[in-house]
Design a protein around this ligand. Structure first.
Ligand SMILES: Nc1ncnc2c1ncn2[C@@H]1O[C@H](COP(=O)(O)OP(=O)(O)OP(=O)(O)O)[C@@H](O)[C@H]1O
Length: 580
């Protein structure tokens, strides 16, 4: 943790020095953009400015507000590692430190505006520094999780033609094993107190870098970041986002779904490699001036998690459904969370049973959001809105969310179809710009006047959306269409089931039938499998329409998941159908 102490020492020197460029000049002819302007853009009541840069137009404005006392004395970033180390940066400090980091990227690393930078770092403060430094210099930030294998890294470096990789020590062996196959990669920058042959040392360069840096005037539509999708259904795709799609597009999400104000402290548990980290731990939060809380936690641990919520004044929690599924197995009533008031989830369907148990045990609602790397948040249960357990909430601005058929016709409430976003003559500014180097896949997302998500769902007469499954995951048995999520949600109501994945399985009579892979809770692990299978089948028949019950049940120790923790139903399905 030495490097963090070094940063903290700098902190005091910098606070007494004038900061390089105090105000970004992209709007120098008019007044600086305000939060109200960003909201108006999200509501399509105002057009995008020609230039926009999140660091200059948002972060540096919060830094000004700190100086004038218009923002509470709340850190912008609060990092802990559970071992007593802590970093707290104000927006002013984040500004100074990220200017130094920007100088490291442009000078010794020799990177130029538009170059792509792969950033594979765990949850350490440098991830945020490098992220903001890329914004200041116009570099295209491409995050990846440290769980990536050598093959995954090679895929990403090849596909993106990245000029630089910024990585932590644990990633070195994987990078070294494939680097000879990456001719475009010019620079390897190591974030570690130790040095390594062939790698530039970030802490060393940072120490001597100047804090004077002029933020580049990026165009609103200029590329800002490339996110690789989770790869739940195939190879990850490179979704490219612009300065404004990320930097402005999450304003309403931060205010109404995350319900953030500048006095709030949000703990978003997403891994740094996924867009959810950007949504909850950078854009939505910092647009609202809130404090981003980070726990280094290398691996999820329920005790550490619960201790953190009881120790720190975290007001807002965002985590995957899997985490809540694990937490409700505990006796949560024993814990008194310090300040927690708003809880969120997304990325996967949330079973109504888990929502109910969370509420009973903590007294707090769980606000689910539904979205995609490509287009951000599509539906959400926003603060103040009645929650219908099992629903993903209503469509969120600026999107017009509809359920359509295979010909692009809008279906009425209650009819199942594909979840789609209606397009006007111009592409919504908060959309991804494209799948890089893949015009066919980019074009395939459009059907008539709609962007198609590839997910199936239903809208009810109140405008709430209900997830059925990914289009590929829907099971057709004896002519009935069965969504896996509904069966999984019925199964999890049974005390024997911690988690399940429901897929199609071949059947000589019905063509395909429902098969459930079930992870058992501890007290049921030694149950008689035949008896338990019958009990679970009976339970599903009572809890949902009987034709949906799993005709086949297999008990497994764990389910195959993506690195993001999403269940890979396609792996189980391919196995059933002998495709592996
Ligand atoms: N609240 C939710 N309920 C149900 N499913 C969700 C929810 N939020 C997200 N999803 C699922 O996650 C998908 C978006 O995830 P992401 O952008 O990470 O890529 P992916 O679709 O998992 O990966 P790939 O496109 O590479 O297969 C959605 O299309 C949907 O299937």
């Amino acid at each position: 943790m030495k490097i963090f102490f070094r940063y903290q020492t700098f902190r005091f020197i910098w606070l007494t020095k004038p900061i390089g460029r105090r105000f970004h000049k992209s709007h120098q002819l008019g007044a600086p953009l305000t939060l109200a302007d960003f909201e108006a853009i999200n509501r399509c009541e105002r057009s995008l400015p020609k230039n926009f840069n999140f660091a200059g137009d948002v972060l540096d404005q919060w830094s000004q507000k700190e100086k004038t006392g218009e923002r509470p004395a709340n850190p912008a970033l609060w990092w802990v590692n559970g071992k007593g180390d802590e970093v707290k940066w104000s927006f002013g400090e984040l500004g100074s430190l990220s200017r130094k980091a920007a100088n490291v990227l442009t000078k010794p690393c020799g990177l130029e505006r538009g170059d792509r930078v792969a950033v594979i770092l765990p949850r350490i403060p440098e991830w945020w520094l490098i992220n903001v430094a890329c914004m200041r210099t116009g570099l295209v930030f491409m995050p990846g999780t440290t769980q990536l294998t050598a093959k995954d890294i090679l895929y990403r470096l090849h596909a993106s033609k990245a000029k630089c990789i910024v990585a932590s020590e644990e990633v070195i062996p994987a990078v070294e094993s494939i680097v000879s196959e990456c001719p475009d990669l010019k620079t390897k920058l190591l974030v570690s107190p130790h040095s390594q042959d062939g790698w530039l040392s970030f802490p060393e360069l940072f120490q001597t870098a100047s804090a004077e840096h002029s933020c580049v005037e990026t165009g609103s539509q200029e590329p800002m970041a490339i996110y690789f999708t989770s790869g739940t259904t195939g190879s990850p795709k490179m979704a490219q986002h612009s300065q404004s799609s990320l930097g402005i597009g999450y304003t309403l999400c931060g205010r109404y779904w995350l319900d953030l104000k500048s006095t709030d402290i949000i703990w978003n548990m997403s891994d740094t490699g996924w867009i959810k980290a950007a949504i909850g731990s950078v854009f939505s939060s910092w647009l609202q001036g809130a404090c981003v809380f980070v726990h280094r936690m290398a691996q999820f641990d329920t005790n550490t998690f619960l201790d953190t919520l009881t120790t720190y004044p975290i007001t807002t929690l965002c985590s995957a459904p899997t985490v809540y599924r694990m937490l409700v197995q505990k006796d949560l009533k024993r814990y008194k969370f310090k300040k927690l008031r708003h809880c969120l989830t997304g990325g996967e369907p949330l079973n109504p049973e888990v929502l109910e148990q969370w509420k009973v045990q903590t007294g707090l609602e769980l606000y689910e959001g539904y979205g995609q790397t490509e287009v951000g948040i599509i539906c959400a249960n926003q603060k103040g809105q009645e929650i219908k357990p099992g629903s993903m909430g209503k469509g969120v601005l600026p999107y017009d969310v509809q359920i359509i058929d295979e010909n692009g016709n809008i279906l009425p409430p209650g009819k199942e179809g594909e979840i789609a976003l209606r397009l006007t003559s111009t592409r919504p500014f908060c959309f991804f710009s494209e799948y890089v180097d893949n015009p066919e896949k980019t074009a395939a997302t459009i059907r008539g006047n709609f962007y198609v998500t590839g997910d199936r769902g239903v809208m009810d007469s109140d405008g709430y959306f209900w997830f059925v499954g990914r289009a590929d995951d829907v099971i057709i048995s004896s002519g009935y269409r069965i969504g896996p999520f509904e069966v999984e949600s019925a199964l999890i109501e049974h005390p024997a089931v911690i988690e399940s994945a429901v897929v199609s399985s071949p059947d000589p009579v019905r063509g395909e039938v429902v098969k459930a892979f079930v992870v058992l809770s501890a007290p049921f692990k030694s149950s008689n499998p035949e008896k338990l299978t019958l009990e679970l089948q009976d339970h599903v028949k009572k809890s949902t329409a009987p034709y949906k019950y799993p005709r086949k049940v297999e008990f497994v120790k764990e389910l195959p998941k993506t690195i993001t923790g999403k269940i890979k139903r396609n792996v189980l399905r391919d196995h059933e159908w002998g495709r592996t």
